[in-house]
Write a protein that binds this ligand. Structure first.
Ligand SMILES: Nc1ncnc2c1ncn2[C@@H]1O[C@H](COP(=O)(O)OP(=O)(O)OP(=O)(O)O)[C@@H](O)[C@H]1O
Ligand SMILES: [Mg+2]
Length: 420
């Protein structure tokens, strides 16, 4: 029976540091993972993700700090004494063994003596118990039909499933996965994301997953730990990370398309930098006679916890704004910006309009992303709009963008979040 009945595998990482010579790769990482939780370490290439995972696995020795699993310190324990299983990007299957034999390897190591393995003399009861467990895990991953094949006769996705099966068959309390999907094509990655999330729910074991792909992190995990330059930046649910980031670096790392960043003074806001998600930029197309019409967003925005004073605003697909909590933003953090002709002004809660030129339209069918070049702003601003509403807007048109300060994220000169 492979389904766990009791959650186990709480991992506590404390003050973990790793240096290779003079290079510090990990610097004081603290991370508590609850038993049965799915936590993803997310960060760009070279930030120390694999190093962190390898230390938890016992494949690398920490320079400082500690790792404990279910309260037991792991210091000095060999990988096979830690009750963990690791799945790598490279599937690392034995090419000369069948799928069934590959999956059985960890069980043979555990249930047979070295002499029995060497002479191929497994007692019948052990042989049968191994076959039952291999069948059971193969059924779970729907690879029963592949058990007699060799790895060379499998697709990439099938190999990855076999690697997962081999990890699962031992029923470890912690699964460590290092970019296990990065060798798969885009469609299969999406499929395997759903499958891994489902396996996690079925097994009830702890998953510690490493990726540089924020979509993978956001779609599978209970919590995401963002690591940049060897330091943990923020650990939060995918939703909180997206809507309530602690730093500008995290805000920019999470979300597709990337969050828009503008200089604070441009908007009359008391922040060095103001960041606003594409779905939060309001877009107005300017008509020839100076008239302006709003392009509605492509779908309802979620109530946001980031607006000032605990207020939340819900804007429906028709562009109608509903105040849910109805608290005005405190004036200290979201002052009324200086009005500009026809826009902003006391009581409107809007910052001044910013005009820019449409340089690129990305129509994804469900969403239309408008890339707008605004003089004095280094990166193009990206706004999300309803594709139908954006039909009449062409490259070269002038668009007017407004930001509701309640939906903007403010950051100081060091990139730290300024909260209401
Ligand atoms: N054995 C080693 N000796 C020296 N430097 C190393 C060693 N292993 C890793 N590093 C360095 O440590 C840093 C972090 O490496 P790590 O493999 O943990 O990064 P990563 O976040 O997993 O990157 P990627 O996403 O590319 O896999 C890198 O700069 C790497 O060059
Ligand atoms: Mg790596």
């Amino acid at each position: 029976m492979l389904v766990e009945t009791q959650a186990r595998g709480a991992v506590r990482i404390g003050g973990l540091a790793k240096r290779f010579g003079a290079t510090t790769v990990l610097d004081g990482v603290d991370l508590d993972i609850a038993a049965g939780e799915f936590v993803t370490i997310l960060g760009p290439s070279g930030c120390g993700k694999s190093t962190l995972l390898r230390i938890v696995a016992g494949l690398e020795v920490e320079s400082a700090g500690s790792v404990a699993i279910d309260g037991a310190p792991m210091k000095g324990l060999a990988p096979n004494a830690r009750d963990i299983a690791m799945v790598f990007q490279s599937y690392a299957l034995y090419p000369h063994l069948t799928v069934a034999e590959n999956i059985a390897v960890p069980l043979r190591m555990r249930r047979l003596t070295p002499v029995q393995r060497l002479l191929g003399l497994a007692p019948r009861a052990v042989r049968e118990s191994i076959a039952v467990d291999v069948q059971s895990v193969a059924a779970m991953l729907r690879i029963e039909g592949l058990l007699a094949r060799k790895p060379a006769q499998l697709s990439g996705g099938q190999k990855q499933r076999v690697a997962l099966a081999r990890a699962m068959v031992r029923r470890p309390r912690v699964f460590l996965m290092d970019e296990p999907l990065s060798n798969l094509d885009a469609e299969l990655r999406v499929h395997m994301r759903a499958e891994i999330a489902q396996l996690h729910r079925q097994l009830g074991a702890t998953f510690l997953y490493v990726t540089h792909d924020q979509v993978e992190a956001m779609t599978m995990s209970d919590r995401v730990a963002v690591i940049l330059g060897g330091r943990l930046q923020q650990v939060a649910t995918p939703d909180a990370l997206y809507r309530d980031p602690d730093t500008l670096a995290v805000a920019q790392f999470v979300g597709t398309p990337r969050i828009n960043v503008l200089p604070g003074e441009r908007l009359g806001l008391p922040a060095a930098q103001v960041a606003v998600r594409p779905e939060r930029l309001r877009v107005h197309a300017l008509g020839p006679s100076g008239s302006s019409h709003r392009l509605p967003p492509s779908r309802p925005s979620f109530p946001s916890p980031v607006c000032g004073g605990g207020g939340a605003v819900f804007r429906d697909g028709g562009g109608v704004t509903h105040d849910l909590v109805c608290a005005p933003p405190p004036s200290a953090t979201t002052p009324t910006p200086p009005p500009r002709a026809g826009e902003g002004g006391p009581g409107t809660g809007k910052s001044p309009a910013i005009d820019g030129r449409l340089v690129h339209r990305e129509n994804l069918g469900s969403d239309l992303f408008l890339h707008v070049d605004v003089p004095g702003v280094p990166a193009l601003l990206i706004a999300r709009a309803d594709p139908a509403a954006g039909e009449g807007v062409s490259i070269g048109d002038t668009l007017s963008l407004t930001i509701d300060p309640r939906h903007a994220l403010l950051f100081d000169a060091n990139g730290r979040r300024i909260r209401p």
